[in-house]
Design a protein around this ligand. Structure first.
Ligand code: GLP
Length: 279
């Protein structure tokens, strides 16, 4: 697990966008796993800017989102479909036929989940999976006690999650009770995972996810098992890490990792400064 602590949320989001852009430059038909949530908004903004200003090409990439609410129409402004179209798909040269989100309106939700898994396999698996983290440590909508080997399925949302997401709905009661989510096992099969967390409210759960014991009660701890996982934080989200000093002490050079060139930003302002790295 590689932990990168940036001074602020803006630089953290920019680092994530740089990594996604790199993946596309190396492999223009990358299969990208996308995430939603407020944390991701500046990442999509950066990617849109890279498309507009630098010609970053999305025409050949394929995308799979982590999750979608059950019972919300694609056109519902609270659906993740709507979020992805408005914040990203409509703003770049992506072929919408290559974008995928689970269909929370499907008549047969179980069949839809199985179909989603098949589609990921048919596209060759996910190259780079972007992840946020819920305040209860969930990835996607894998609520506490989700098995590490779980697959795409319908999940009943916890009270914590419904409360966390309530501000995004006109009325708290309108937050759906269920969602379709990729499973933890599905996520772990991505060739690379990239988690972004920012803000002080994520500090405690990030410390559990990175430094805590593996537990299905905090599904993000499963990422400790992933062979190629990068976690990018701002200083606030890194605030409860016990070994924060240690990560800062380990320099990219000591690790022999070509980090400096890996995270060079193409935005004006030059290289994105790195504060901490853990192998
Ligand atoms: C939702 C999503 C998660 C996301 C989480 C965090 O629950 N299903 O994938 O990580 O929100 O959202 P935010 O970035 O708004 O804190």
């Amino acid at each position: 697990m590689e932990v990168i602590i940036q001074p602020n949320a803006e630089l953290a989001a920019r680092s994530v966008a740089d990594l996604i852009a790199q993946s596309l430059l190396v492999k223009p038909d990358s299969v990208l796993g996308f995430a939603t949530g407020c944390t991701m908004e500046p990442v999509y903004d950066h990617l849109v800017r890279k498309h507009q200003d630098e010609g970053l090409d999305f025409s050949r990439c394929r995308t799979f989102n982590l999750d979608e609410y059950v019972g919300l129409e694609v056109k519902d402004p609270c659906s993740y479909h709507y979020f992805m179209c408005r914040r990203f798909f409509d703003c770049v040269n992506i072929d919408k036929r290559n974008t995928h989100l689970p269909d929370g309106m499907a008549d047969n939700l179980e069949a839809e989940c199985a179909h989603y898994e098949q589609l990921i396999v048919a596209n060759g698996g996910i190259d780079l999976q972007l992840l946020g983290i819920g305040q209860n440590g969930h990835l996607g909508f894998n609520e506490p006690l989700s098995a590490f080997r779980s697959r795409t399925r319908v999940q009943t949302l916890s009270r914590v999650t419904r409360a966390q997401n309530a501000p995004l709905f006109p009325k708290p009661k309108q937050v759906p009770r269920r969602a379709i989510t990729m499973g933890v096992g599905t996520i772990l099969e991505a060739r690379r995972c990239l988690l972004l967390a920012t803000g002080v409210e994520k500090a405690d759960v990030i410390a559990k996810a990175i430094e805590g014991p593996l537990t299905a009660m905090v599904t993000a701890t499963a990422l400790q098992l992933h062979p190629a996982c990068t976690i990018i934080l701002d200083a606030e989200a890194a605030g409860s890490l016990q070994e924060g000093d240690h990560y800062q002490w380990i320099t990219p050079e000591q690790n022999g990792l070509p980090i400096a060139s890996k995270y060079v930003s193409s935005q004006p302002g030059g290289a994105t400064p790195l504060l901490a790295v853990k192998p």
